[in-house]
Design a protein around this ligand. Structure first.
Ligand code: TMP
Length: 209
């Protein structure tokens, strides 16, 4: 019988470095011949990536509730089409963002309320991460990293107040929901190699390798 894979999620505010670390972890796992897929939200499937384009395109006017629904729609497709089938084949699934992003960005950032966004996601989600790594770094450093990027999307283009809310929102979700979503916090302000080593140790622990 195939042993079901583990579902590992990478979370944090824009500019926290999670996507770079997720890629490094994927490469390292493949090097040691551990079958894994790296995917992302919103996106991860053909349909989900189309929804991502709508969500992140600066020309689009999208209300807060529409935004939350589209995030959840892309997630529902992602779970059914990619995440669950991969886990059932024994692959380890590494996912750049998941439900916690909706709780923070839509629940707190857009003021929809954490409970309402969580309820909305109940319709789309029937799995829980085995591990969620929250990459935490100080607000100023994240801001600096965002500012040196040449392009920005509809979310990154939000004002500093919004991003500050997101920053504080992650800390709140971590303190109140860490058991529910299996969240651990990593200090992401260290050098990238150090952050990678800390994150990779946690991943190996969960994968028992
Ligand atoms: P990314 O730049 O990390 O790929 O994420 C895309 C943007 O989408 C990022 O600004 C966070 C946002 N987002 C939400 O607002 N809610 C969600 O549920 C997810 C998955 C992402």
């Amino acid at each position: 019988m195939i042993k079901r894979g583990k579902f590992i999620v990478f979370e944090g505010p824009d500019g926290c470095g999670k996507s770079t670390i997720a890629k490094m972890i994927r490469n390292e796992l493949l090097d040691i011949e551990i079958d894994c897929v790296l995917t992302r939200e919103p996106g991860g499937t053909k349909t989900g990536e189309k929804i991502r384009d709508i969500l992140l395109n600066k020309d689009n006017i999208i209300s807060a509730s529409t935004e939350a629904l589209l995030m959840a729609s892309a997630r529902a497709q992602h779970i059914e089409e990619l995440i669950k089938p991969s886990l059932n084949l024994g692959k380890q699934v590494l996912c750049d963002r998941f439900v916690v992003s909706s709780l923070v960005y839509q629940g707190i950032g857009r003021n929809l309320g954490i409970n309402r966004v969580e309820k909305l996601n109940e319709f789309a989600v029937d799995i829980c991460p085995d591990l969620t790594i929250f990459f935490d770094l100080d607000y100023e450093t994240a801001l600096g990293r965002r500012n040196i990027r040449k392009t920005s999307d509809r979310m990154e283009d939000m004002d500093d107040d919004f991003h500050y809310k997101i920053h504080e929102g992650y800390k709140r979700i971590y303190s109140e929901y860490k058991e529910k979503y299996n969240i651990i916090r990593i200090d992401s302000s260290d050098k990238i190699e150090k952050v990678f080593c800390t994150a990779f140790d946690k991943v190996k622990e969960i994968l028992e390798v």
